[in-house]
Every structure is written in structure tokens, then in C-alpha cells.
Ligand binder design. Structure first.
Ligand SMILES: C[N+](C)(C)CCCC[C@H](N)C(=O)O
Ligand SMILES: O=C(O)CCC(=O)C(=O)O
Ligand SMILES: [Fe+2]
Length: 464
């Protein structure tokens, strides 16, 4: 870890404000080693800003900048997150321990297990660079394996194994793939929002024609979606077909018991409150699936009446508030498995679906929330929790509910014909106001894997 003083040539930065006020390229930092740097990308994450920096001499680095909201002209401490790339003078040192090889490179000490190193050999015999698949038979690696010879040559760690096989790993590959670097990185850089933050960010909607024809427009849309968990396409013809066309640009449609593309109105055609005129409190959908649907798409094709606005709440913003205020309640919601259930017994439909998992799902290596299940309508009988935990669970659930219900966290939008919204159903809760008159909504669910696949193929950082 390197600690340097930094002067921030941008005033009034706080974690919340940073989300809206600062965008890539606006910050100029000068560090006390007299290297002036430019910000290429910026991702606010918890109490850090993640910056991708480029110096005049072309060095790249990713940094976590810790924010101290109280300071206006902030003196910030910063932490090296990954190696500095493109430097020929980057030195590396290694140490062979009993159980691992310790490598110091780019300021980060990293430990690599010996079996791991043999297992991750990238030589042609061990790994196919065409198919990106492993050829090594992991089951045949001696569990007590150690290299006979270890050197660093030309930016690579070179190991010779007892059977004579040589493995070469580029130092930057090792750094990028080390646990030490991963545990400091956000899998998905996000901008957490309340209504004010989202409105001030003033994110533009994509426009149908451009969205359908330009990959750049699609990329911008996906960047927006990945950062905020919601994104809009405007000027879409108010038909199911055009809505389907738009969704197919980003992902495969996930067919469910509601169909592939669905169209619903308040006709009680299904045994669920969505098919009524009632208000619906904030919730995530399909919490009763073992894997809740990743994305929900809505397009209001028609509304002749009043009310019916859509409510959106960033569940991860609320979860982070809970983590700050009551880490033990956060922990409880992240560990106690609960059941959600969908029981439908109507003339045309019989379904009984259940899914079990905690309200908050957190990656264990970096404590990042990646999925929230929150649906009080569909929450099943609570019998997966021992007696002495039940009361504590309700207290924790209440505290999360209070955060989710803060008026300042509510973003209300009226969906109108032409406006298609994509909602990250693992993160952003939706609800609706009660309404009168004929209101027709079409949409579909999408698979999360596929939208992220599209984003990654367009060069965006998504779940890396
Ligand atoms: C979207 N569509 C109207 C098709 C289905 C609605 C499903 C509603 C269910 N209670 C849930 O939250 O999953
Ligand atoms: O009617 C709406 O706006 C949304 C209803 C709902 O929650 C859903 O369909 O999942
Ligand atoms: Fe819903």
C-alpha cells in the first residue's frame, strides 16, 4: 500500500455528491511524486472512488480514493489497487514459502499457491488459447508440487516444474488475477442512488432508431444500466413487437410461467395482485425462483385513466445505509435463508414455485452486495430460521424496510407509450401507484448472464 497526499482540484466532493457531480475526465489530480494524471474512468463505490488514471508519460493505474466528506478542499489518501501497466522499469520480487510463492509487483504483495500455479499454467499444453479452456488435468497435479526453478524474466514469472514442464505467467496477468487485487475491487462498479442523485445525474435516454442501429449507443445505454440499475429507451413504437426488438438488442428473453413477452392489464387473468388496479409496494419480482430474473422490461402501451406511476428504489443504496448503521443486521439479512413462494390456482393456471435464499446476497471475497430479494407479498412462511433468530430477523428486516421507504429514496416515473424501461431486478425495486382506467403494460424478463455478456463484449467492465 502506498500512501501519498493528493490535492483534489475539484471542490465539494462527498460520496453522494461524487456520484452526480464528477464524471470521467473532470477530475485532475496531482500527486506528490509530481506526476500529473488524468482521470479516464471514475466509479463511486461505497466510500471509495475508483479511478483509472493515465499519466502524461502514458502510465496507467487504477486507484481507490478514500473520500472524506467533511473536507471541502480535500486532502485524500489513496491506495494502489492494481499494478501500473506499461512500465518497463516495474520491478518484481518473489519469495518461495513452504506453502506459496509470494510475489511483490506494482506495490502489492500477492500469494500464489503452488498447485494453483500449475493449474493455471497458460502454456499451449496446459491451456488452449483458441477455446480458452483448460487442458491440465487438475486431478493429476501432485498436491505437494513445488517448482524446481523460479525466475523473473522480461515481465514474466517463469517456473520449471519437477517433470521439466515450464510455466510462464506475465506479471500483469498474475496481478490482475490475484486474490489480493480481486478483494479490493468491485466486481460491478455501480453508482448507488437516491432520487436526488439519479435526477441530478441527468442520464439521457437512448433513442430507438439510434439504439437499434448503433453499437456505440447500445454501449452507452449498457454503461448507464450497469451503473444505475435502470435505463430507458425512448421513441419505441407502442407495440409488443417493437418492445421485443429492443430487448433482443441487449439479451435473450427469459421465458417464465408468464410467457415470453407478456402483456397485462387489471383483468385478474392471473392469480397475482399485479393483475389488479391496486397500488404495489416496492419489491423485486420472481423472488420465488431459485435464480430470480435478472432484468425486467416494462413498456406502457396504453393508459386511459389516472394514477399508475411507477416507483423505483435502489435496493443497494438502502443496503449500504443499513451496513453503515447496523452491520449486525446487515449480516443477518445476508446469511439467513428465507423462502418466497408463488401459488396460483385459477381456472387456466396452476403453479407452485418456491425459491430459498437470503434477502441480501454478498460476494464473500469483497463484501459486495450483488442480489437482493425483497418481496413482502411473495415472502413465504418463515420457518427456515431458528426460534432465537426470528425476532432479530424481523428487527433487521424492519430496518432495511425503513431505509427502502425513505421518501428521498423514491424515484417516481410515469411510463408512457414509447418509453421502455429496463430494471435490474437483482438491485432496483419497483412498485406502482393505484390507478383507474384501462392500463396496458407489456414487457418481459431477461437473463442476467446475457445482458452482462453483451456489455462485456462491447468492452465494458461488467462482473470481471
Ligand atoms: C410482470 N408480470 C405481470 C408478468 C408478472 C408479475 C409477477 C408478480 C409477482 N408477484 C412477482 O413479484 O414476481
Ligand atoms: O403495473 C406495474 O406498473 C408493475 C406491476 C408489477 O410489479 C409487475 O408487473 O411486476
Ligand atoms: Fe413486480
Amino acid at each position: 500500500m502506498i500512501n501519498l497526499g493528493l490535492s483534489l482540484y475539484s471542490k465539494g466532493i462527498s460520496p453522494d455528491k461524487a456520484c452526480t457531480k464528477v464524471s470521467a475526465g473532470l477530475l485532475s489530480l496531482v500527486c506528490d511524486c509530481a506526476v500529473s494524471v488524468r482521470v479516464l474512468e471514475l466509479h463511486p463505490f461505497k466510500f471509495f472512488l475508483q479511478l483509472k488514471l493515465c499519466s502524461r508519460s502514458g502510465m496507467f493505474a487504477r486507484l481507490n480514493v478514500k473520500l472524506r466528506p467533511a473536507l471541502r478542499q480535500a486532502q485524500l489518501s489513496w491506495r494502489h489497487r492494481t499494478q501500473i501497466r506499461g512500465r518497463s522499469d516495474t520491478s518484481a520480487t518473489f519469495h518461495l514459502h513452504q506453502d506459496c510463492l509470494e510475489l511483490s509487483y506494482g506495490g502489492t504483495p500477492m500469494r500464489f499457491n503452488y498447485v494453483w500455479l500449475r493449474d493455471h499454467c497458460r502454456s499451449a499444453a496446459s491451456y488452449s488459447s483458441n477455446t480458452h479452456q483448460r487442458n491440465v488435468d487438475t486431478g493429476s497435479i501432485e498436491l505437494s508440487i513445488r517448482p524446481d526453478r523460479t525466475t523473473v524474466e522480461d515481465g514474466h514469472l517463469v517456473l520449471t516444474w519437477p517433470d521439466g514442464h515450464v510455466s510462464k505467467y506475465s506479471l500483469s496477468w498474475l496481478a490482475e488475477n490475484s486474490y489480493e487485487v480481486k478483494k479490493q475491487s468491485a466486481v460491478q462498479p455501480r453508482i448507488l442512488w437516491n432520487s436526488d442523485i439519479y435526477k441530478k445525474a441527468d442520464m439521457p435516454s437512448a433513442k430507438y432508431n439510434k439504439f437499434m442501429s448503433s453499437d456505440d449507443e447500445l454501449k452507452k445505454f449498457l454503461q448507464h444500466y450497469l451503473q444505475y440499475g435502470i435505463a430507458f429507451v425512448d421513441d419505441v413504437p407502442a407495440t409488443v413487437e417493437a418492445t421485443e426488438e429492443v430487448t433482443k438488442r441487449v439479451s435473450l428473453i427469459r421465458e417464465t410461467t408468464y410467457g415470453r413477452m407478456w402483456c397485462f392489464t387489471s383483468d385478474f387473468s392471473r392469480g397475482d395482485s399485479a393483475y389488479s388496479q391496486l397500488a404495489l409496494d416496492r419489491h423485486t419480482d420472481t423472488s420465488y425462483f431459485q435464480e430470480p430474473c435478472g432484468i425486467q422490461v416494462f413498456h406502457c402501451l396504453k393508459h386511459e385513466g389516472s394514477g399508475g406511476r411507477t416507483l423505483l428504489v435502489d435496493g443497494f443504496y438502502a443496503a449500504e445505509k443499513l451496513r453503515q448503521k447496523s452491520p449486525e443486521n446487515f449480516e443477518l439479512l445476508a446469511t439467513v435463508p428465507i423462502r418466497h413462494e408463488y401459488i396460483e390456482e385459477t381456472e387456466g393456471h396452476r403453479n407452485h414455485i418456491t425459491g430459498i435464499g437470503p434477502v441480501l446476497n454478498v460476494y464473500p471475497w469483497n463484501n459486495e452486495v450483488y442480489l437482493m430479494r425483497y418481496n413482502n407479498y411473495d415472502r413465504g412462511v418463515l420457518n427456515t430460521v431458528p426460534h432465537d433468530t426470528v425476532q432479530r430477523w424481523y428487527v433487521a428486516h424492519r430496518e432495511l424496510t425503513a431505509e427502502l421507504r425513505r421518501p428521498e429514496n423514491e424515484l417516481w416515473v410515469k411510463l408512457t407509450p414509447g418509453k421502455v424501461i429496463f430494471v435490474d431486478n437483482w438491485r432496483v425495486l419497483h412498485g406502482r401507484e393505484s390507478f383507474t382506467g384501462l392500463r396496458q403494460i407489456c414487457g418481459c424478463y431477461l437473463t442476467r448472464d446475457d445482458i452482462i455478456n453483451t456489455a462485456r463484449c462491447l468492452g465494458l467492465q461488467a462482473l470481471s
